[in-house]
Write a protein that binds this ligand. Structure first.
Ligand code: SF4
Length: 509
């Protein structure tokens, strides 16, 4: 019988969550480095350069890789020969205690993103609890823990289907992936759960994402089992779609495909697919009664020395002097360096602004959006001399339902976020001669270095969803939709899908 101390378990959860907030798993870093080296699409290469630079900076500064520090998801496998030294807390309560301490850590506070009463008031619980905990009783005298901090943008793109037994799984993945857009911040991984029942397939998909990136080793030695063959098949077919990093078109959309399966009913083929994003964050440890887990910090030399060179004709603009006319010649795909003042807002702020207009009220006091850009972001709290903590973009697609109203009524000239806009929003952007700019999802700490000042100007009660005024200097963005309605998330993947077909044909000759 092994005795596990409650305190060791809680300390280990806390340490692991802090650790993964700033250290990417090295296997993911190496996989993105490989993808970066072979990438031929400049837009995708630039995005991966920012992801790799951000990753190294986070490791060095011990600050979150992404402003969305995730929902804690924890698999706990408890050996049947394990006993706890205290029984006044459940495993769920112990994981929650570790989560609470990690997210409220004064040296590296993490963003609290969990809301209670999800169908109603959606009130932030303020400490990122509760965690999602999956408990298994297994053979042995140890406790195994796999813990992740899963970003909302990638979790939102999860898919589930009950296929017919004769249906082809790879076909379904290839048909479904383009419908997921770029809000899951590729390049990442797809976790696929097959079999069991509907809910079990989803848990299998999530658990598969805890495995290391190893598809290239698998391809080298040759797949043998059904699952291995399916992994390689899906990996090749998905990358041939040309979606690329951040959905801008390119050679690498996924760096691995993970699969877990279980026997299922003869009439069923349950499939769940959950993507993991550029902020892939997970840790794996065992407790054997000898004390808390010790996670080995990676060495900074393990990160590639990637630099990101701006082309000499990169456009530099001062947002404090911009007018609608100035943005008319910004072209889709162009890199722009923004300086000056912008305002922020995401889901809750947009909803409140909409309600205020519906009630005949204007914008809140102190908010003037005339000729301003609105940046979709919910930053991490600042520490030390930071103006703001990591502050990367959130998925713009969620703001589509408000964008026409914002362009029509508030005087904004453009929006900044990540991922694609829907067709109606692209039309509205063109109609209002506006632009949509894209920052790289998963490069939040790097982006925050361009933010020199930050202050809350409205809706303080919304916490990270409040409206801030940011003063930025040379914040890099890409024109993703220009004032004519040209859309990088449509043209980029289409061009690269065709190019990949050409490359494959040339190679097969
Ligand atoms: S990388 Fe993208 S999807 Fe992942 S946590 Fe960050 S913003 Fe969310």
């Amino acid at each position: 019988m092994t005795i596990i101390r409650q305190q060791d378990f809680i300390d280990s959860i806390e340490d692991a969550l802090q650790f993964i907030s700033y250290y990417h798993p090295l296997d993911y870093v190496k996989a993105v480095e490989k993808a970066y080296d072979k990438e031929q699409s400049q837009a995708a290469k630039d995005a991966m350069a920012q992801i790799l630079i951000n990753s190294r900076m986070s490791a060095e500064g011990k600050r979150p890789i992404c402003q969305d520090t995730g929902i804690v998801t924890c698999f706990v496998k408890i050996g049947m020969q394990v006993q706890w030294d205290k029984t006044d807390m459940t495993v769920q309560e112990m994981v929650d205690e570790g989560t609470r301490r990690a997210y409220l850590n004064a040296d590296n506070p993490l963003r609290a993103s969990i809301v209670a009463d999800p169908a109603g008031t959606r009130k932030n619980t303020k400490d990122n609890t509760p965690a999602v905990v999956h408990i298994d009783m297994v053979a042995g005298d140890k406790i195994e823990v796999m813990i992740a901090a899963k970003g909302g943008g990638s979790e939102n793109k999860s898919k589930m289907v009950m296929l017919n037994p004769s249906d082809d799984i790879a076909d379904w993945v290839v048909k479904t992936l383009p419908t997921m857009g770029a809000g899951w911040c590729p390049p990442g991984m797809l976790g696929i759960g097959i079999g069991g029942t509907a809910e079990k397939a989803a848990v299998l998909a999530k658990e598969s994402l805890m495995d290391p990136v190893d598809i290239h080793e698998l391809i080298e030695r040759g797949p043998e089992t059904t699952e291995e063959k399916l992994r390689v098949d899906i990996f090749n077919k998905v990358n041939a779609l040309g979606i690329g990093a951040q959905g801008l078109g390119g050679l690498t959309t996924v760096v691995d495909i993970k699969i877990k399966s279980l026997p299922t009913h003869a009439a069923s083929k349950p499939i769940a697919m959950i993507p993991n994003c550029a902020a892939t964050r997970h840790a794996h440890f065992y407790l054997d009664g000898s004390g808390p887990a010790e996670l080995k910090a990676p060495k900074l030399e393990d990160w590639p020395q990637v630099t990101w060179e701006l082309s000499k004709d990169t456009r530099r603009v001062n947002m404090d002097e911009l007018t609608k006319e100035d943005i008319l010649d910004w072209k889709v795909g162009e890199t722009v360096l923004l300086s000056g003042k912008m305002l922020t807002g995401r889901d809750a702020a947009h909803k409140r602004i909409q309600t205020m207009f519906e009630n005949g009220e204007g914008l809140p006091e102190g908010v003037d959006l005339t000729n301003k850009f609105i940046y979709y972001v919910g930053p991490v709290d600042a520490i030390g001399d930071e103006a703001v903590g990591p502050a990367g973009p959130t998925t713009a697609t969620r703001m589509d339902k408000f964008t026409d109203m914002m362009l029509e009524k508030t005087g904004i000239i453009g929006t900044i976020g990540k991922a694609e806009r829907g067709p109606a929003t692209v039309q509205s952007i063109a109609k209002h001669k506006s632009v949509y700019l894209m920052a790289v999802g998963g490069a939040a700490y790097l982006v925050s270095k361009a933010i020199k000042k930050a202050k809350v100007v409205a809706f303080e009660d919304l916490g990270m969803e409040a409206i801030y005024e940011f003063e930025v200097e040379d914040m890099p963005v890409t024109v993703a939709v220009d004032s004519s309605g040209a859309n990088a998330h449509e043209t980029g993947p289409a061009i690269w899908k065709a190019k990949i077909e050409e490359i494959d044909q040339a190679l097969s000759k």
